[in-house]
Write a new protein. Sequence first.
Length: 110
Amino acid sequence: MNIHYIHLFFAILLEVTGTMLLPASQNFTRLLPTAGLAVCYLVAFYLLTFAIRTIPVSIVYATWSGLGIFTIAIASTVIFKQPLSWPAVLGLFLIVVGVILVNLYSPAHG
């Protein structure tokens, strides 16, 4: 696997972690969750700069946003017990399929 995809994978994980810390920050009034989410976002964007060295920005962003949405929706269901309707599950499935298609059929990149 291309090292730049590994950077992208960890960037997505950190972005999701930062987003999941947003409720715990209580509108940035709690120091530790706020600092944690800031560090997660900063490191995520730093890792993203490595991914865009060889992967086209459009592919990076489609993957980042699509898998981020999917992962946050699943994590919110598990952690915060926020239910997902069947149309939402179908939409998440379509997002993942879209990300796969975009990555499989994008122009060759190194």
